[in-house]
Design a protein around this ligand. Structure first.
Ligand SMILES: [Zn+2]
Length: 333
């Protein structure tokens, strides 16, 4: 039977430090979205009533049963319009659920990593994509723990279109910039955001592997000083299993495979950088906590890092609210 472990109202004293019998049972009610009655409680501290629903991540949703299927579609190369059709809901519903899912996924990861130590080695690389059209490239730095393929962090930042351009492309870029202004290149800001996750995770010296882009060494030294051992490898070497950067190359190739908007030739396109970042958070939740490192092992990256005891089903990672930080219920409690 469900036992509330704290008062869900954050201003109440029994939210932070609940005594053992801080609540009394107060019957139950029948919600529209579930088959079984939901138990109700009253807090002895603030006298407010709450129910089991108050602890669930989907406590305000009209159709909570859609969430796990929606998460599944979002990591199986399905676009948001297709997902709306497949689930039989409006596109607006899917857009709202997408934003909620991304917030939940980010909070879930933050809460699992709080107070933990991950010693590495880590690998970093940027994959390139675009928002809306090819004249608005985007860089996506991805940072992983090398041995477990755990996605530590992702970010998305704008780039100016460079490289070999035909005269027509050059003219189009000029037209685009006349209209929208010169696009900034913010690779450094995006990479910095990803690397800063390591500040709290690694108290001891650690190894970061990447290609030879000088930016990584420079930012790494600025953020971590002598704590960082930066090891570089050739980016042009054959990208097979023998390549020392295989784990990060493989992770980025898989992200392109899972996320429709990152496929090389597709009709799905990121309309905005913000939504791309949101989608990456959703993919990280699934890759780190639900999916086995390989299909055969079934061990998830988070499990291999001993952050959590076992693989979680989609329903489980979506079950508990994560907006209370480290006080958010763990789903196996
Ligand atoms: Zn209370």
């Amino acid at each position: 039977m469900f036992q509330p472990n704290r008062c869900p109202y954050t201003p109440c004293a029994f939210h932070l430090e609940p005594p053992s019998r801080f609540f009394v049972r107060k019957g139950s009610y029948q919600p529209l979205c579930r088959n079984r009655p939901v138990p109700r409680f009253r807090c002895r501290g603030c006298r407010r009533t709450f129910s089991r629903q108050s602890f669930r991540a989907d406590y305000r949703h009209k159709k909570p049963h859609l969430n796990a299927r929606f998460l599944d579609l979002m990591v199986r190369c399905v676009g948001q319009r297709q997902a709306a059709q497949s689930l039989g809901v409006a596109r607006r519903t899917v857009e709202h659920r997408f934003a909620w899912l991304a917030r939940h996924a980010a909070a879930f990861q933050r809460n699992r990593l709080a107070g933990q130590t991950v010693s590495g080695p880590f690998q970093l690389d940027e994959l390139e994509t675009f928002e809306a059209n090819r004249y608005q490239p985007v860089t996506v730095p991805v940072l992983i723990e090398r041995n477990t393929f755990f996605i530590v962090g992702t970010a998305a930042g704008p780039l100016r279109r460079k490289g070999r351009l035909t005269p027509l492309q050059r003219r189009r870029r000029a037209d685009h910039e006349a209209c929208h202004g010169r696009r900034p290149s913010q690779s450094a800001i995006a990479v910095r955001r990803v690397l800063s996750v390591l500040r709290l995770l690694t108290p001891a010296p650690f190894v970061l592997e990447s290609d030879r882009k000088p930016l990584y060494g420079m930012l790494g030294r600025r953020l971590f000083g002598n704590r960082l051992a930066w090891r570089t490898h050739s980016a042009s070497a054959r990208r097979d299993r023998a390549n020392p950067l295989f784990p990060i190359n493989h992770t980025n190739a898989r992200l392109r495979h899972f996320l429709s908007r990152l496929r090389r030739r597709t009709w799905c396109v990121s309309k905005t950088l913000r939504h791309l970042q949101a989608h990456l958070q959703i993919a990280s939740l699934w890759v780190n906590y639900c999916r086995g490192i390989t299909r055969r092992t079934r061990t998830t990256p988070a499990q291999a890092l001993r952050l959590v005891p076992r693989p979680y089903r989609l329903e489980e990672v979506l079950a508990w609210r994560q907006d209370w930080g480290v006080l958010s219920p763990a789903f196996d409690a």
